[in-house]
Ligand binder design. Structure first.
Ligand code: LMR
Length: 395
């Protein structure tokens, strides 16, 4: 009999929180953990435009037969139009299971073109980025991005580190709403990043997970559009799971924007080939719904309005946390974008927030601002005070 030895599996620090929070019997618990939007009643609602599109889909859908390796091409085209407008680049794309599926395909596609290239990831970044890169057999390198203790973007250090990357390496960039810090480069800094990428022949890979949840649908795309107009090849993993509230339906796409149409054609074929070995074809329902919303003027307008309401709510929550937490130095939260900010909390403080105060946040000190009700901002700040947190004490 052989010994079937499985080493301990890695726990995902974010998804692990879902179960822990659910099983916590305390009624005053707060969930600022995993990155889902909640309304003031603590619910992640099905958007009205999505409900309408689902009803329509139920009426008109005639078949659930296969669509092909790259999924629903109408969805890919409509989402691509929303993202890239009338870009001069040739855009290849494939539907993927969420933005994570898109990232995995982007990393494998990159690896096919540059077998010995590395992917540079920001420090800090979403905890699943490095495992995703490594699962595509690509090595990672790290560039400094943000100092949590001082809430500053380490722009010069970032540029210095990337200036040492060898040609052909890839740079993972958060297109907007940086996860976990909520801090993005400004327009001039993005321009400098583009110039560096061109000078060093580096390949941008853009994670667009929170499009529309920061400054607005168009504003959140400015950096990605600058990248694709200037860089000969850009890989983009886009999620529609968050901005359409379709989390569990896993709606996403991977794109290659290439200045040489032949490269784009090749890219498209690789997307399909890689998908075939990972999952064959992406799940259809969510993408079919998004496609209906984006293709219909009235539904699209409704969706834009709803998304705008969500984004406004996130900004009000940021404001409330900043105001309640002014004496702790939390004013910076109001000036950041997207669902997250990262606080310089020790592991013991994070543990005490969970154990003693029923406040769930990510182990790296990330808070999902969109997770709490307006009325709970005070409770959250009280919890921080009780665990001895203050920005003035952070080093
Ligand atoms: C998050 O960062 O919390 C979300 O993107 C959910 C996830 O898959 O980790």
């Amino acid at each position: 009999m052989i010994d079937f030895k499985l080493p301990e599996a890695r726990l995902d620090p974010l998804l692990d929180l879902i179960g822990k929070y659910r099983n916590d019997p305390r009624s005053h618990k707060l969930d600022l953990g995993v990155g889902v939007y909640r309304n003031n009643d603590g619910i992640t609602p099905v958007m009205r435009s999505v409900k309408l599109a689902e009803a329509r889909l139920h009426e008109i859908q005639q078949s659930k037969s296969y669509l092909g390796l790259t999924g629903d091409i109408s969805f890919v085209d409509n989402l691509g139009r929303l993202l890239f407008g009338d870009s001069k680049a040739t855009i290849a794309g494939a539907q993927t299971p969420g933005g994570s599926g898109g990232l995995r395909i982007a990393f494998e596609t990159y690896h096919t073109a540059f077998p010995s290239g590395k992917v540079w990831v920001p420090d800090p970044t979403w905890p699943n980025h490095v495992p995703l890169v490594e699962s595509a057999n690509v090595a990672t390198a790290v560039y400094p991005y943000f100092a949590t203790a001082t809430q500053t973007l380490l722009f010069e250090q970032m540029i210095d580190a990337l200036a040492k990357a060898p040609p052909g390496d890839a740079v993972l960039l958060h297109g907007c709403c940086h996860n976990p810090t909520g801090a993005d480069p400004d327009a001039d800094q993005w321009q400098a990043i583009v110039e560096l990428l061109l000078e060093r022949d580096l390949v941008p890979i853009v994670d667009l997970a929170y499009h529309g949840l920061g400054r607005g649908l168009d504003e959140d795309l400015a950096a990605t559009r600058t990248l694709i107009e200037n860089c000969p090849q850009t890989l983009i993993a886009a999620s529609a799971s968050k901005n359409f509230g379709l989390y569990r339906d896993r709606v996403g796409a991977v794109y290659m924007a290439a200045h040489d149409p032949q490269v784009a054609t090749r890219g498209q074929a690789y997307f399909g080939q890689i998908a075939r070995c990972l999952y064959s074809m992406p799940p259809d329902h969510g993408a079919a719904v998004v496609d209906l919303v984006l293709a219909d003027d009235a539904l699209r307008d409704n969706w834009r309005t709803e998304l705008n309401e969500m984004t406004q709510r996130v900004q009000s929550l940021r404001q409330a946390i900043a105001e309640h937490g002014a004496s702790l130095g939390l004013q910076f939260v109001a000036g950041q974008y997207g669902m997250f900010s990262q606080l310089p909390l020790s592991s013991a403080q994070v543990q005490s927030l969970v154990d003693d105060h029923a406040i769930y946040i990510a182990p790296d000190g990330r808070i999902n601002v969109a997770g709490c009700a307006l009325a709970d901002a005070g409770q959250f700040v009280d919890g921080l005070e009780k665990v001895g947190f203050s920005m003035n004490k952070a080093t």
